[in-house]
Design a protein around this ligand. Structure first.
Ligand SMILES: [Mn+2]
Length: 296
């Protein structure tokens, strides 16, 4: 782990009092379009320092028991395999210690390392993903660790039927066919737009009903580029921040083992707008998870 000059919210939580850990993973080597998400953890931390810690949805504040910022995982730029090894061992250690880690990527490939760490710690979670993309390619330009393949890689270590992807609107036709054959659950934006957020929420809840543990991954490109332009691969016609926050508020319960937010790219993010939104989502998730774990 590498200590960083900034902490999430600008304070350091008491690791004994809280079980929530903030972890940065500044790795962006597998991006297929534009890189720069290695700078996301530091930008999200700085943005978080100016945001309030009270959640109107939850009716409580995080300031009595803020998360403990563990710093950043040491990454090996240009080498996904070595980086994933580090992510898996840090994650395993955190899960074994009974902590609930909230990760800031980095590109989406980091999620694989976290899930691997959870499995090694004896936790087999269901995976709920918010993403414009399916990331279900077998490989991308011959590279199996590309961020465009992460859900496929995860499906090889937990079962495909335990994965749900929400907000999909950008796929390759072969990837989509394969996802259907393998029984991946995905909610395209076209379907979401035909119904209410309450219906979407109950459909996801039903799907998660049989899960003992849940891990949530938010790819910021699931959100519309007008709200989140600073991402590695923007895709028009996305979710609104309100929609996604309402869903997270409804869906996060005591089964949550961890969370990540990925693909923020501060190098193409005017006014840090995407980092601010990512920081807001992190704060809300930290609050919902704290309530679920009876920490606040
Ligand atoms: Mn994506």
């Amino acid at each position: 782990m590498i200590r960083t000059p900034y902490t999430f919210l600008g304070v350091q939580g008491d690791p004994v009092k809280t079980r929530l850990s903030i972890v940065g993973i500044p790795f962006d080597s597998t991006n297929s379009f534009r890189g720069g998400s290695r700078f996301a953890p530091i930008h999200i931390r700085v943005a978080s320092q100016s945001l309030e810690t009270y959640s109107f949805r939850a009716g409580v504040s995080l300031d009595m028991n803020p998360p403990y910022d563990e710093g950043d995982i040491a990454v090996v730029h240009g080498n996904a395999e070595l980086t994933l090894r580090n992510i898996a061992s840090v994650s395993e250690e955190l899960f074994r210690a009974g902590r609930t880690p909230l990760f800031m990527g980095g590109d989406h490939t980091i999620t694989y390392g976290v899930i691997e760490g959870a499995l090694r710690a004896g936790i087999k979670p269901c995976l709920l993903v918010f993403d414009a993309h399916l990331d279900f390619r077998k490989e991308y330009l011959g590279y199996k660790w590309s961020h465009a393949c992460v859900i496929r890689r995860v499906s090889e270590i937990i079962s495909t039927s335990d994965i749900t992807v929400v907000g999909v609107r950008a796929v390759d036709k072969d990837e989509l066919r394969e996802a259907k054959i393998q029984g991946l659950t995905y909610l395209p934006i076209t379907e979401i737009n035909k119904t209410t957020s309450r219906d979407v929420s109950s459909r996801i809840s039903n799907k998660l009903a049989s899960c003992e543990k849940i891990y949530i991954s938010v790819d910021m490109d699931s959100i519309d580029p007008s709200y989140a332009p600073g991402v590695a691969t923007p895709e028009p016609e996305g979710l609104t921040p309100t929609f996604i926050l309402n869903l997270l508020h409804t869906l996060i319960d005591k089964r949550i083992i961890g969370f990540d937010i990925v693909e923020v790219d501060p190098t193409v993010d005017p006014s840090d707008i995407t980092s601010f939104l990512a920081a807001r989502i992190m704060i809300e998730v930290a609050i919902y998870a704290s309530i679920a774990k009876k920490l606040i």
